[in-house]
Design a protein around this ligand. Structure first.
Ligand code: SF4
Length: 73
């Protein structure tokens, strides 16, 4: 799974880092940056999906590869 974070949308609610601390790093003001350039290990995907759904400003999006999109059609 690969995700993208739009830091211009992030409002520092911190939910993402609570659900997936191995993927989201909070700075001292509560704003996040991605650990590992958005590449999420399979064992961390559940927490990241929860963060994705709960982010109040939808700053986190899942990126789909071309192969995944083709398979979904
Ligand atoms: S949940 Fe969304 S708004 Fe909150 S810190 Fe994470 S990315 Fe930012």
């Amino acid at each position: 799974m690969k995700i993208k974070l739009d830091r211009t949308k992030c409002d520092g609610f911190g939910f993402c880092a609570k659900y997936a601390p191995e993927t989201f790093d909070l700075d001292e003001w509560g704003y996040v940056s991605l650990i590992g350039a958005g590449n999420v290990a399979p064992e961390h995907e559940d927490g990241v999906r929860r963060a994705l759904l709960d982010c109040p400003v939808h700053a986190i999006t899942e990126l789909h590869t071309h192969a995944e999109e083709t398979a979904a059609r």
